[in-house]
Design a binder for this molecule. Structure first.
Ligand code: ATP
Ligand code: MG
Length: 297
């Protein structure tokens, strides 16, 4: 389905589409640092990494020994430096990558036992580069999976309108536009709307609010928190941003150089002695304290 007059689709978009159409080819739960009962694992696990490793074909490890459980309705933030392995961990959940060792369970079933297409349609995925198809209108982008699922036309267009309204994008204004006719923040909203289209119980979001101006990001954060309460999804969200982690997460999983450094509640993270977590918090505080420390002498 190529629409004339629209820009050609780069390869990345083809690969996203292929992922939804066809089969391709830990975040661990570690015991808490303190010997206290774990509130979150009392919930039913929806995603579970069991001793998961991922290596490149040349043998280079990108992830090692990940153990992590994400409970139903939880919003787990994966925090870590660029190159830590966050996107790799997300791709293992929806089987865009297969683990080299260990296994990932989604709703109690190994990802290898899931039909890959069924698994991907069960999981909304907001990809790091937003990943809208440039040759599809906004309406066609958001309705991609409903159309693949052969929803009737009127149900599909009602759903697109509902989602665009949910993301505060007026359907009358935006449906027929192409992605290049939107601002970055509007495109990010469309990416989120597309991931929610068939109401998947699980949502993977890879830096969904990155590259936005702080005010727009703040507005989207607010909307996201309302959505969390209303939609009750199980969400894994990748970010570099400590403020975002504190605001949106039920827990923070810290990845460093392919390994899980720890899993923390917001309160635990702010008080953590673990060096990487403490470095993040110190960095965050530096900006918080700028008002006081940047006074002229
Ligand atoms: N196909 C690949 N071939 C070679 N190296 C790869 C490949 N995929 C990922 N890597 C490397 O693996 C590491 C982890 O990549 P990943 O994309 O998971 O990082 P990330 O934590 O998401 O980083 P960022 O925050 O920058 O998005 C990086 O050093 C990256 O360069
Ligand atoms: Mg990434």
């Amino acid at each position: 389905m190529i629409y004339s007059g629209a820009p050609a689709a780069p390869r990345v978009f083809d690969s996203v589409l292929r992922g939804l159409l066809a089969s391709p080819d830990a975040v661990t739960y570690r015991p808490r640092m303190k010997a206290e009962p774990d509130r979150e694992t009392a919930r039913e696990s929806i995603i579970e990494f069991r001793n998961v490793g991922y290596r490149l074909p040349n043998g280079q490890p990108l992830l090692e020994g990940l153990n992590l459980a994400v409970g139903r309705g939880e919003t787990l933030v994966l925090l870590g430096r660029s190159g830590a392995g966050k996107t790799t961990a997300l791709k293992l959940i929806n089987r865009l990558l297969n683990p080299s060792g260990g296994e990932i369970l989604v709703e109690g079933k190994s990802t290898c036992s899931w039909d890959a297409i069924a698994l991907r349609r069960h999981i909304g995925y907001v990809i790091q580069e937003i990943g809208l198809f440039p040759h599809f209108t906004i309406e066609q982008n958001v309705s991609l999976v409903p159309r693949l699922e052969r929803w009737p036309v009127d149900r599909t267009s009602a759903r697109v309108n509902e989602l665009l309204n949910l993301m505060r994008l007026d359907p009358a204004k935006f449906s027929k536009r192409y992605p290049h006719e939107l601002s970055g923040g509007q495109r990010q909203r469309v990416g989120i709307a597309r991931a929610l289209a068939v109401d998947p119980p699980i949502l993977l979001m890879d830096e969904p609010f990155g590259a936005l101006d702080p005010l727009t990001r703040g507005e989207l954060h607010k909307e996201f928190r309302q959505l969390q309460r209303r939609l009750e999804k199980t969400i894994v969200i990748v970010t570099h941003d400590v403020g975002e982690s504190l605001l949106l997460s039920t827990r923070i999983a810290l990845l460093d150089a392919g390994k899980l450094t720890g899993v923390f509640s917001v309160k635990e993270f702010l008080a953590a002695r673990e060096p990487v977590a403490a470095a993040y918090v110190a960095n965050f505080r530096m900006y918080e304290e700028a008002e006081r420390t940047n006074e002229p002498d």
